[in-house]
Ligand binder design. Structure first.
Ligand SMILES: [Zn+2]
Length: 612
């Protein structure tokens, strides 16, 4: 669940740190008299890197697993220590890798060296003082967000809301004044971050330059096997493919919100940012009841079926496993069943947010979830297992290649499989007697669009903003203006009140102070539909795309495995081709998937203004 309640936790735990907070040790420069590094040196270096990263990765996974399964001060301290050691080591390796920039090495070694340099989200400058300053700033930014609270009445502590409280109000309250107050309230946590953020951008750029990148944003974009500027254009091209559907959804939601909130919602302009059920307007699912189509109830509830048949957590996971074995994948190992966490323990604190793990980076795969008998968890199990089967498929690759083709792919795989949890699939596995009539699908498609389509422009613009900040195109005195310009341009969303430069609204989104790139979520949302369409074709589906399940298709499974087993060993275009036959990302699969909804929206918004 990428960005739903806890908007920022990925369900798949990366085994090595992607954020280098540590002071990096020793940079690449050679002193006079040092012999030039050779291809043999590069090969030896990579052997060391692989061995060290395997060892540290396993330690990090083990300590992370224990910490999340037994939350105590001690397990947290131990896990933090191991994490820091990994981060330091990878930061050092990344800088050392630049020594071999001009050495001629075989292509797969060059790729490993590049990936090593790109494994950092933030590179610290080699100057020890600056490195320390940057580390301190990052900790402070995270702290400001983590401790962020808004109090309606500072005299009364029970009026104070943290992000969980704010999220709940935004999701459930339908009173415009209260929503506005809480929305504005939450943004008050961010202005103290503004100065730190400017300095962070400056220092992290310095570190990126030392690794050979023009700035931090360019370093992020360099991950995608194409020139950074071309990648930016590619994202806009994908967005343009989806935009007509987004415009229809936007117009329809505006019409419905206007019916509910009156003149607080303009007839023709942008949507007010505080009325979309989420404090960042990045997921509109919570306003489903306000925009629900009539007669769109599917006529069954999987949650009720699970309860009625008393299917427990293990039964649900077994069903998820059967999906993958039906595609031709080997069953999960015995250790998966012995070591996973499926049920919330009664006797201790655990992190219940669902995640998938690959502890030994070979075969010790697990999930950690507190499973309830709900449709949502049934789908999430399919999603999490997608990570596990991916991890196992690339286990024979060198360590640096044991990851998804690009960072959008891992999340996309889990979601691709989740798209196959259709009524027809439930019929096939005996949970449902008869699939409902397709005339009732508009409700399901609407709900899915409020999640996935509404997210796309936001997922795109957060990084657009940061890239402009890192490159210097947006200066510190225009942070907020640039933020709202992008939100207007992509989302068609506007703040409920004037937001001058006294504010720092980007900082009220966790991924900004936390420095997590967001492009991967945008890509995952696009790719999952492209994957689904390709697999559906392979499975010989003749029903509409949103009704197609690839369950039990060995052909689809073989295609999927061809891609998964490549890991990150080849440019993502090769991996994409292995599954879809195309080397280009293509958002038209979204249009195909939502075609019935698009048609329905066109009818609903006939005569209504479109756009803003
Ligand atoms: Zn996930």
């Amino acid at each position: 669940m990428r960005h739903v309640i806890f908007p920022d936790m990925c369900m798949f735990i990366r085994w090595f740190a992607i954020v280098a907070l540590a002071a990096a040790i020793g940079c690449g420069g050679r002193g006079a008299g040092t012999p030039a590094p050779t291809a043999a040196d590069a090969a030896a270096f990579l052997v060391t890197v692989n061995e060290t990263m395997l060892r540290l990765g396993v330690e990090q996974n083990q300590s992370g697993w224990v910490q999340q399964n037994f939350i105590t001060d001690d397990t947290e301290a131990l896990a933090a220590k191991v994490n820091q050691r990994s981060i330091d080591t990878i930061a050092r390796f990344a800088k050392d890798a630049t020594k071999y920039d001009k050495v001629e090495v075989p292509a797969d070694q060059r790729r490993q060296l590049n990936l090593l340099k790109l494994s950092l989200v933030m590179a610290t400058p080699s100057d020890a003082k600056e490195a320390e300053e940057l580390t301190t700033i990052m900790a402070r930014l995270e702290g400001l967000y983590g401790k962020g609270r808004w109090c309606g009445n500072p005299e009364k502590p029970d009026t104070c809301l943290n992000i969980d409280g704010v999220t709940k109000v935004m999701a459930t309250t339908r009173e415009e004044k209260r929503l506005r107050e809480v929305w504005e309230g939450w943004q008050t946590i961010a202005p103290p971050m503004r100065k730190d953020y400017a300095r962070f951008a400056e220092l992290s750029n310095k570190g990126a330059k030392e690794l050979g990148f023009p700035d931090t944003g360019a370093m992020w974009r360099a991950k995608y096997d194409m020139p950074p500027d071309e990648f930016t254009k590619e994202l806009d091209r994908l967005w343009d493919q989806v935009r007509p559907l987004y415009l229809q959804l936007h117009a329809y939601v505006r019409m419905k919100l206007r019916a509910k909130y009156g003149d607080a919602v303009p007839a023709t302009g942008p949507l007010p940012a505080h009325l979309l059920g989420n404090v960042w307007a990045q997921d509109w699912q919570n306003i489903y009841p306000l925009v629900a189509p009539a007669n769109a109830d599917p006529g069954y509830s999987l949650t009720d079926i699970l309860k009625r048949r008393n299917l427990g957590a293990l039964d649900m996971v077994r069903a998820g496993e059967r999906f993958y074995t039906s595609l031709g994948f080997a069953p999960l190992p015995k250790t998966f069943w012995e070591r996973s966490l499926f049920i919330r323990p009664k006797d201790r604190e655990v992190v219940c947010h669902a995640s998938a793990w690959d502890i030994d980076l070979v075969a010790d795969i697990r999930i950690k979830m507190c499973i309830d008998q709900t449709e949502e968890d049934f789908t999430t199990i399919h999603h999490e297992l997608g990570h596990n089967f991916y991890q196992r498929a690339y286990k024979d690759q060198p360590i640096l290649f044991r990851d998804s083709a690009n960072d959008g792919f891992h999340e996309a795989i889990g979601d691709t499989i989740a798209l196959s949890v259709t009524p027809e699939y439930l019929v096939k596995i005996g949970l449902l007697d008869k699939a409902p009539d397709t005339a009732r699908d508009i409700g399901l498609l609407m709900s899915r669009a409020l999640d996935k389509i509404a997210f796309l422009p936001f997922g795109l613009l957060i990084d657009q903003w940061r890239w402009k900040v890192f490159s210097g195109e947006v200066k510190a005195d225009a942070y907020n203006r640039a933020w709202w310009e992008l939100r207007l341009k992509y989302q068609g969303v506007a703040p409920p009140s004037a937001r001058g430069e006294d504010f720092f609204d980007p900082g009220a989104k966790y991924h900004v102070p936390d420095n997590t790139p967001d492009t991967r979520y945008f890509l995952a949302d696009i790719l999952q539909f492209q994957f689904h369409r390709a697999l559906a074709k392979e499975a010989g589906c003749t029903v509409p795309l949103h009704r197609c399940s690839t369950y039990a298709s060995k052909e689809a499974g073989a295609r999927l495995n061809a891609m998964l087993s490549m890991g990150q060993s080849r440019p993502w275009q090769d991996a994409l081709e292995a599954l879809t036959g195309s080397r280009q990302m293509d958002a038209t699969a979204i249009i195909d998937y939502f075609a019935p909804l698009k048609q329905w929206l066109d009818e609903q918004t006939k005569g209504q203004p479109i756009g803003w």
